[in-house]
Design a protein around this ligand. Structure first.
Ligand SMILES: NC(=O)C1=CN([C@@H]2O[C@H](COP(=O)(O)OP(=O)(O)OC[C@H]3O[C@@H](n4cnc5c(N)ncnc54)[C@H](O)[C@@H]3O)[C@@H](O)[C@H]2O)C=CC1
Length: 490
């Protein structure tokens, strides 16, 4: 096994858009970075803001997945025997290191993912907060080796959301990032090691579907926690079922945001922007079906369009940028395809929805799109039914509470929802009747680590964050002790 020493992060402190090439190995097990063995299936990873190749993603094969899992298993045997507080000390140290290196990790995340720096910094903060929150929280029996499989929209944060509760409960983890964002999970692995975690406690294997399949089928794996699309989630569940492995699924969404005429309009408009345009709209819990009560439709749309047009799109590493680049060219084309189809089905583009070429020449090859607001939408349109995962807001008029709740629930998804109203009794009634794992009242996309996050219906099951997550990474053992003689019926 070709092991490489850990690298330090400061060299990322001064990187800017368009000048980083990552050459270091991106796998991590046995306490060190490991080069992938077989480069024949290597895939280029692009920097979204420039379209340049950032690094190669070299998928792990069967032997490498097996090594990572065995490494995790040997760490599990030691880690699970530590007292909760001993584990907490190491996890708190890891959280401290992340906090200290927030800026470098965030910059690297931006270069790999394309989102703007102010958002990436918040993502890194949420990651250390999550590790700090779960440290020392559990005394239950761990499950064993857990697998985490992540999506590309929150690469570092997803790795933290999965590893923090897993490790706090005494499990070890093998994590597979998305093949499009392979760069930052390995830094989390280095940080856990530096904080004092035993070698093998948190491992990273790179790869796509094939590597993911190997992980889900491995007999030494006790649980799979997956974040990604519904079709892949179904496959993960099916594969895990064969080994009777526990599963957590954090899948997609098409969440409703309901704006009543008695709302504070200015806040509702800000809420709609927060519900649609963070991370270029590539957020699973976004409220992309914006239902607006007919009486306030006009002022709402006018102001939303004005504010959407003012969003500064461009170099994601610049402080003033509010929207960066989409993850990839094919993904951008897919989002443009949804917008075209919406037009064909009768929707009206009020603003944006076109490829955007920033004036800076180094960004010419980037995957930028101007944020889009669609009017004249109907519930049966594709843009209203399917997850677009891009900066596209669909606005829909409604008349009554009863009607809008029924329409809001008319979806196979159930990840999140939101309601804006000054009538708090109505807010609670609507929240109670919406079929979604989260309901935001008078705000949107506020997810502190203390609060459980997860879906209803086809948005998945299980939860991340909040105390309840401990249940998904631990098991109960009932121990019955007879203090007297056995009372025998026979
Ligand atoms: N509910 C949530 O918490 C979140 C959900 N998502 C959802 O994720 C989707 C976008 O992310 P993508 O990366 O495109 O999703 P995806 O489903 O294509 O991939 C997710 C992960 O699964 C892996 N994978 C693919 N095929 C696999 C297989 N057969 N076996 C095991 N692993 C496999 C991928 O390599 C990747 O790491 C959206 O639908 C979005 O809604 C994204 C972020 C958060």
């Amino acid at each position: 096994m070709a092991q490489q020493p850990c690298l330090s992060l400061p060299e990322y402190r001064n990187v800017s858009t368009g000048n980083l090439v990552v050459k270091e190995p991106l796998n991590f097990w046995g306490g060190a970075r490991v080069k992938s063995k077989d480069t024949k299936n290597s895939e280029p990873v692009y920097e979204p803001a420039t379209g340049r190749v950032l690094c190669d993603m070299i998928p792990c094969g069967e032997e490498e997945v097996d090594q990572a899992i065995k490494s995790a298993h040997s760490a599990f045997l030691k880690w699970s025997k530590l007292a909760g507080m001993e584990r907490a000390r190491i996890m708190l140290e890891a959280a401290r290191i992340i906090r200290e290196r927030r800026s470098e990790i965030a910059r690297l995340e931006v270069i790999n993912n394309g989102k703007c720096i102010t958002e990436a910094e918040v993502d890194i903060d949420v990651a250390w907060q999550c590790i700090e929150y779960f440290a020392g929280l559990s005394q239950l029996e761990p499950l064993g080796v857990c697998v985490g499989i992540g999506a590309w929209n929150y690469p570092f944060q997803i790795a933290a959301w999965k590893s923090a509760p897993a490790l706090a409960c005494g499990n070890a983890m093998v994590f597979k990032p998305s093949p499009m964002t392979p760069v930052t999970a390995v830094i989390l692995a280095e940080i856990y090691k530096e904080a004092g975690a035993p070698d093998g406690l948190f491992n990273v294997v790179q790869g796509a579907a094939e590597t993911g399949t190997l992980l889900c089928h491995h007999p030494m794996v006790a649980k799979v926690s997956f974040t990604g699309s519904v079709p892949t989630g179904k496959k993960v569940m099916e594969m895990s079922a064969k080994g009777v492995k526990q599963v957590t699924l954090e899948l997609g969404g098409k969440s409703p945001l309901i704006i009543f005429k008695d709302c504070e309009l200015e806040n509702a408009i800000k809420g709609a922007l927060m519900a649609n345009f963070l991370t270029q709209g590539e957020v699973c819990c976004n409220g992309t079906r914006v239902f607006v009560q007919r009486e306030i439709m006009k002022p709402f749309v006018e102001e939303v369009v004005k504010k959407t047009k003012a969003i500064s799109v461009g170099d994601p590493l610049l402080e003033g940028t509010r929207m960066g680049a989409l993850i990839s060219k094919p993904h951008m084309e897919k989002v443009l395809g949804f917008i075209n189809q919406a037009k064909q089905q009768g929707a009206k583009v009020l603003c944006g929805g076109e490829p955007y070429v920033p004036s800076n020449p180094k960004l010419k090859g980037g995957y930028f799109l101007s944020p889009c607001v669609l009017d004249n939408c109907r519930d049966d349109m594709t843009c209203v039914k399917e997850e677009i995962f891009g900066p596209v807001m669909s606005v829909l008029p409604f008349d009554t509470e009863e009607e809008v709740v029924q329409r809001a629930n008319n979806t196979t998804f159930g990840l999140a929802s939101g309601v804006f109203t000054r009538d708090i009794a109505r807010a609670h009634r609507v929240a109670e009747n919406l079929q979604a794992g989260t309901c935001f009242i008078n705000n949107y996309n506020v997810s502190p680590v203390e609060v459980p996050f997860g879906g209803y219906k086809m948005s998945g099951f299980g939860r991340e964050n909040g105390m309840v997550t401990i249940e998904y990474y631990s098991q109960l053992k009932t121990v019955v002790v007879e203090m007297g003689d056995v009372e025998c019926h026979f």
